[in-house]
Design a protein around this ligand. Structure first.
Ligand SMILES: Nc1ncnc2c1ncn2[C@@H]1O[C@H](COP(=O)(O)OP(=O)(O)OP(=O)(O)O)[C@@H](O)[C@H]1O
Ligand SMILES: [Mg+2]
Length: 310
């Protein structure tokens, strides 16, 4: 059985709006597949469009918000995790048994699932918290292969406030050459450190003792291990050096760079696969770095726990 470092792991892709999260998601899915993983890409962004097309999939599956009981975004079967943090009870999806209408498959090791979109829902559409809750809790399984789940998370930090980070194993923070991106990367790193140090989110708005217990449990049992920072939309080596230095001053290391490439922008415009763009090679190298860092992290945790036992 495959026991690569990211199998059965949940990796969230986060960052500023428009920084290149969905592009990095697709390139990373391709790189993981090339390295022998089976991949499930989860589109958890309720406002964006076209991810399945650049993954090379002709068909868009039915949204999981329908699977979980309906497309109401507030007050439906699944609520916003800010008001109701309780876990979704049936959040494990087995790709062998779920109806095929809820996923697309590229025929070669990459599955695609969409959580739900806020477009065409009429004027009553409200909070997309239920989408965040599914992104937080969803576990993808497949009997004959261990799967790595890549979750393309909505832009910004709102989903972090909704507890989504606690149930990710790793995140990839996508940083384009803007000050806002640098700040978000720093903040995400700090949030992860705070979660690992045992800090809890504000809970003064929560009245239910059961909900408070759930939040405490979720944060103290968090799966999050760390963040890999991936540069995106970088024009040239000079810009790359400049950005790497700024990030280094903030104690942020990068694992790779996706350069600005007009064929990427064209693929998004035309809705065609990113499979053949040159940047796939750069992502394979970045993935190797990610695997090395994750392996070192795992080794350190094992050594620390052995030391505690002695
Ligand atoms: N490396 C790149 N080179 C050139 N253009 C790019 C690159 N990466 C992304 N783009 C362009 O920027 C747009 C936004 O990229 P992408 O959708 O990957 O970002 P995002 O962070 O997922 O955005 P959103 O926050 O809207 O979900 C794409 O439509 C594409 O045109
Ligand atoms: Mg996107």
């Amino acid at each position: 059985m495959n026991n690569k470092i990211f199998t059965n792991k949940r990796i969230g892709i986060l960052g500023k709006g428009g920084s290149g999260k969905s592009t990095v998601t697709v390139l990373l899915a391709n790189a993981l597949r090339k390295n022998g993983y089976t991949v499930c890409v989860v589109d958890a962004d309720s406002t964006n469009f076209g991810l399945h097309k650049v993954l090379g999939l002709a068909n868009e599956p039915k949204s999981l918000i329908d699977y979980f009981g309906g497309d109401m975004f507030s007050g439906g079967p699944i609520n916003c995790p800010i008001n109701d943090p309780l876990a979704i009870s049936n959040a494990t999806i087995d790709l062998d048994t779920i109806s095929e209408e809820y996923y697309s498959y590229n025929g070669n090791g990459i599955f695609y699932i969409e959580l739900g979109k806020m477009v065409n829902k009429g004027p009553g559409v409200g909070c997309d918290g239920p989408i965040s809750k599914i992104a937080r809790d969803l576990i993808i399984q497949r009997e004959d292969s261990q799967i790595v789940t890549l979750i393309d998370v909505k832009a910004g930090l709102e989903d972090s406030a909704r507890g989504v980070l606690t149930k990710m194993d790793w995140i990839v923070t996508v940083v384009d050459p803007t000050i806002a991106s640098f700040e978000i990367a720093k903040d995400l790193n700090n949030i992860i450190l705070q979660i690992k140090a045992g800090d809890l989110p504000p809970m003064t708005h929560i009245k239910s003792a059961e909900h408070i217990e759930e939040i405490k449990r979720m944060y103290t049992k968090s799966r999050i291990k760390g963040s890999f920072v991936m540069l995106s939309k970088i024009k040239d080596r000079t810009t790359e050096r400049f950005v790497v230095n700024i990030l280094r001053e903030k104690n942020i290391k990068t694992v790779g760079t996706i350069y600005e490439d007009s064929s990427i922008a064209l693929s998004w415009l035309k809705g065609t696969s990113l499979k053949d763009v040159g940047m796939n090679e750069d992502m394979v190298i970045a993935l190797e770095k990610m695997e090395q860092e994750a392996t070192q992290y795992k080794r350190k945790i094992l050594e620390d726990s052995l030391r505690l036992q002695i």
